[in-house]
Design a protein around this ligand. Structure first.
Ligand code: SF4
Ligand code: SF4
Length: 386
């Protein structure tokens, strides 16, 4: 019997899932449509979400591996096709929260939760360094008079490569004369990933901290650098008393360009392919803004992956997978780098810091870094700013 089975009495499982907000698990008719759309199927994994749904109804018997329980990237592909409208990633979250409560969480994820609890970020970085990027970029602090809070995700706040994304976005907002500011010294991680891990207590503590902070500062409108923060502020924070207008930066920059406040005049003569972040595309249904922005850049040739928009293949980094090991032949981003390479592009372009991390890793491990680079759209736009 696995640690999970030992700690969760089987007869309780379905009832507990329903009690925790996963009531539509009772709608699952085991048709298997979800399996056919799941990216794990494409890479030959043993993980099947239909069996996980069955496990949720009947018990964890036979599932010794946490890699199965924590395989789902919460990309939402399956849920867009489920004929019974089952919100599958939410049920995965609820099942993980039961596992977390039992203490049987994968080791890598325990470290992430520990870092969140001690430093307020998942990257084991000293919390005092959160504001360094903003000081370097001379970004104003948010005050009562400021219109937008620019919330920079933990990856782009701490990681030097990812800071280029935050700095590019801040530079464009400044150039367009937008009233914006940051609260970086005081804010903490939005908590999206740890909620998907199932660490409900840690997530609630983060959400309460951030909502209290935002409300006390008079925040009404938020611009996010990451689609994951966008999802969380929009969908999870209202339950904690945080009601804000939330925008992904591509929406704001696109509107500024349409209003003539930003002019992308410099040529960027590159052939690029756009990877749709799951939390920007399928989860938020923001498909046009990033494409319109890329089209505005002179001489930029933009290709699509064969599967795009609602049918896009996940990079593999969502649902906490960014912190877990994935065997080389099963990495979704590797498969996409192969396709990008066959299409002979100069850049894989995306609009999510996690996707950038996943793709840069794949470009290196596939030895393509001499011919291909990975960019966030913000970096290309900054290069093109007239
Ligand atoms: S597609 Fe929906 S109904 Fe069919 S097995 Fe998957 S979760 Fe169940
Ligand atoms: S959310 Fe994505 S990774 Fe998870 S089961 Fe559905 S299709 Fe597979």
């Amino acid at each position: 019997m696995s640690e999970v089975e030992a700690r969760i009495p089987m007869f309780e499982i379905k009832d507990v899932i329903v009690e925790y907000g996963g009531e539509d698990i009772t709608q699952c008719m085991q048709c298997g449509v979800c399996v056919a759309t799941c990216p794990w199927k494409r890479v030959g994994s043993e993980f099947t979400i239909r069996e996980m749904m069955h496990m949720g109804r009947m018990g964890y018997e036979g599932y010794e591996s946490d890699d199965i329980l924590f395989a789902c990237t919460t990309c939402n592909h399956c849920a867009t096709r489920c004929p019974r409208g089952v919100k599958i990633p939410n049920i995965v979250r609820v099942m993980r929260s039961m596992i977390c409560e039992s203490g049987a969480m994968p080791k890598n994820l325990k470290a992430v939760v520990g870092s969140i609890n001690s430093q307020g970020n998942p990257w084991s970085q000293d919390k005092s360094k959160r504001e360094n990027w903003a000081k370097e970029a001379d970004v104003p602090a948010f005050t009562e008079e400021t219109e937008y809070l620019l919330y920079v995700c933990c990856t782009s706040a701490f990681d030097s490569r990812s800071q280029k994304i935050a700095k590019s976005i801040a530079e464009m907002l400044k150039k367009a004369g937008v009233s914006f500011g940051v609260l970086s010294a005081e804010e903490k991680c939005c908590g999206e990933s740890i909620r998907k891990i199932g660490a409900e207590d840690a997530f609630s503590a983060l959400a309460e901290h951030n909502v209290n902070l935002f409300n006390s500062k008079g925040v009404k409108k938020i611009i996010t650098t990451s689609p994951h923060c966008h999802y969380t502020f929009k969908n999870e924070y209202p339950a904690f008393g945080g009601e804000y207008e939330v925008y992904h930066y591509t929406e704001i920059i696109n509107q500024l360009a349409k209003d003539g406040k930003l002019n992308f005049a410099n040529s960027v003569a590159k052939k690029v392919i756009y990877h749709e972040p799951c939390y920007l595309g399928r989860h938020a249904q923001i498909f046009d803004a990033p494409r319109e922005l890329m089209t505005a850049v002179p001489d930029l040739e933009v290709l699509e992956f064969d599967n795009n928009k609602n049918d896009s293949l996940c990079c593999g980094g969502g649902g906490s997978r960014i912190w877990m090991e994935t065997e080389a032949h099963m990495r979704f981003s590797d498969a996409k780098v192969d396709e990008a390479s066959a299409k002979e592009v100069n850049y894989v372009v995306t609009a999510c810091p996690y996707c950038v991390v996943m793709f840069e890793d794949s470009v290196k491990t596939k030895n393509k870094d001499d011919v291909m680079a990975v960019k966030d759209i913000s970096e290309i736009l900054k290069e093109s700013l007239g």
